[in-house]
Design a protein around this ligand. Sequence first.
Ligand code: AMP
Length: 328
Amino acid sequence: MNRTVKQQILNKIKEYDRIMLFRHIRNDGDCVGSTKGLKRILELTFPKKEIYLIDSDSSEYLRFLGPEDDEVCDEIYKSALGIVIDTASEARISNKKYALCKELIKIDHHIPLENYGDIMWVEEERSSACEMIADFYITFKDELKIDSEAATYIYAGMVTDSGRFKYEGVNGDTMRCAAALLDVGVNTERLYANLYLEEFNYFKFKAHIYENMRISENGVAYIYVDKAMQEKFSLSLEDASACVGSLDGIRGALCWMAFIENGDEQGSIRVRLRSRFVKVNPIAEKYNGGGHACACGATVYSWDEAEALISDADALVKEYKETHEDWL
Ligand code: AMP
């Protein structure tokens, strides 16, 4: 699929001596795994090229994947090909110096919010950007080199973005890509332990979530994690945000979301929205956000606005339930 655009990307990579990789703000397993994985593949395949991944934004839970490169001078950016992975819009690119690059390639699996870059390879039905990088490797298997380090980065992103191969976007291609990486060699026991073990105190926080979560009339489960709650359990913003996963799995609650008070001057509140069956991205887009149909993010600026968002989601779930019979 999309052989022509993939070939164009490979040709561009061959053309440049310097390549810089970019990803989105508030990094996650997919944007970290895809950039690190492609970097490693390119380093193995083209040892004479300079490949940079410069990003100061880091996540505690992904630290085991290792550090990024140190900052370089602007001249290096200006002579480089930039490849931005897993990022729907320019505003969400983490390292703003991407704009200095001579040419730019966009590789993404989000619902497109805008076009950017000289070459765009976007497949929104892919379960992760890492799946696209694995597919890129498989397409040019005879030319590209991979090792278990690269395979592990890419597999990590596939696992995290697909909810351990559970979400709707997972299909036969996903499994074929995962299989190719496992054939190269991934220590899955160690990887899953690094990704999913939690501190004892975090279990206490989860108990608190289960005590305090609420559910709207038509099945939207939600939790507010204000600053006081974050302080009580000594949570970083990242830890606090992870609680959205704890609301998954309530029968009849087709949508679930966590509101995390950022504690900034604007009073902003991060919203993480998740759903099954019903597509909730229009709600995220209405409230300064976007993402995927069933996993997206938004920002609100007051608890009143949060209530308005919940009420919109409730109406969407109500309509879905009234017009469909096969939901659970
Ligand atoms: P999150 O809840 O932050 O993990 O976001 C779920 C998905 O939606 C990820 O793929 C994010 O990249 C995307 N996303 C989150 N927030 C936004 C936003 N404000 N604008 C566009 N996409 C977003």
